[in-house]
Design a protein around this ligand. Structure first.
Ligand code: ATP
Length: 339
């Protein structure tokens, strides 16, 4: 199985007055794992459904492996799909669910293939169980095995983890990444969960109102957001007042480079908690208000003048930062986004 390129070109799709897709362009490299991330209603699922052939676009093209598949029905697009809701046949075993779509291969070959797929997704031992005898995470593994069994040219995952509890979600997320890397199938993963998108994807496409706002590697999305929307949607930020000085912005006395030009001299800068350093200092202008233990890394909220600033600190430093402690607050000179 090797990946094919996917190109969504100028897709538009409206539902009454709603522009679910508004000239969406997205080019996926062969074998690439793309996550589409965005708030509810931004058009992620519609994009996936148009690619799958489950929904028609009003205009635009869908190219798979360089071929225009826009007019092909879903069952001729050669795509494997996993949805949020477990979509297994309840009266068939895990093995039968996976071999179901393989009947053209003959019975023995399809059963062998289905067993291999169940091994690949880590549940070979549950081949003979029925869906109601499997946990939610195991059922989604069967669904993934079934989607991959047909050797699809594209794998489509629509919020496949959102019905699972937190721990299983992380486990299966990491498994999906491992399996996708192993089989190399071009993959589009739709999620509203930023951590999930950043953790699995080669590139993350952040969508807003039917368009792609930014398409970039996870670290670039996080560290150099292209727009204020991306900066605010991905990760947590302090919103702090800044004054523009030349091509820098001064925030809490530190001058920082800006990711985009300012439109007025007074701006709101978005500062990541990990860019804020807090040091106990009797002469400091800040004061620790609260601390929250979060594991290896913890959170400290500091008041500086009228502002509240959240900083991320190594937990072993919490002892020196008890509430009431006077502190000096400095900012790392990372480029900042403006709200
Ligand atoms: P969510 O994360 O909530 O699933 P999404 O980003 O996947 O959201 P879509 O499901 O693609 O968003 O929907 C985009 C917009 O199109 C929304 O405003 C939605 O209400 C609208 N929409 C989608 N499908 C239909 C439909 N069949 N009929 C009417 N409106 C629709």
């Amino acid at each position: 199985m090797t990946g094919v390129a996917v190109h969504l070109k100028g897709l538009r799709r409206s539902f009454g007055p709603t522009h679910a897709l508004d000239n969406l362009d997205l080019a996926i490299e062969p074998g690439e794992f793309i996550a589409l991330l965005g708030p509810s209603g931004c058009g992620k699922t519609t994009a996936l459904r148009v690619l799958a052939g489950l929904e028609d676009a009003d205009s635009g093209e869908v190219l798979v492996g360089g071929k225009d598949v826009s007019s092909l029905p879903a069952n001729r697009r050669d795509m494997g799909m996993v949805f949020q809701a477990y979509s297994l046949f309840p009266h068939l075993t895990a093995l039968a669910n996976v071999s179901f779509g393989l009947s053209l291969r003959g019975r023995t070959k399809s059963l062998t293939r289905a067993r291999e797929m169940l091994e690949l997704v880590g549940i070979g031992q549950f081949a003979d169980r029925y869906p109601h005898q499997l946990s939610g995470g195991q059922q989604q593994r069967v669904a993934l095995a079934r989607a991959l069994a047909i050797e699809p040219s594209v794998l489509l995952l629509d919020e496949p983890l959102s019905a699972l509890d937190a721990k299983v979600r992380v486990q299966l997320r990491d498994e999906i990444k491992r399996i996708q890397t192993e089989v190399g199938t071009t993959t589009l993963f739709v999620t509203h969960d930023q951590e999930e998108a950043l953790a699995v994807a080669d590139r993350v496409g952040v969508m807003r109102a039917g368009k792609l706002e930014q398409l970039a590697a996870p670290a670039d999305i996080y560290l150099t957001p292209a727009t204020p929307f991306v900066a605010e949607f991905v990760g947590l930020s302090n919103r702090l007042p800044g004054t523009v000085v030349g091509n820098e912005v001064e925030v809490l006395g530190t001058r920082l480079p800006m990711l985009s030009p300012a439109s007025s001299p007074s701006v709101t800068a978005l500062i990541r908690p990990e860019s804020v350093q807090v040091t106990a200092d009797p002469e400091g202008s800040g004061r620790v208000l609260t601390t929250s233990f979060l594991g290896a890394i913890s959170k400290v909220t500091v008041s500086v003048g009228d502002e509240l600033v959240v900083a991320q600190v190594a937990t072993d430093r919490l002892a020196s930062l008890a509430p009431g402690t006077p502190v000096r607050v400095t900012l790392q000179p990372n480029p900042v986004a403006l709200a």
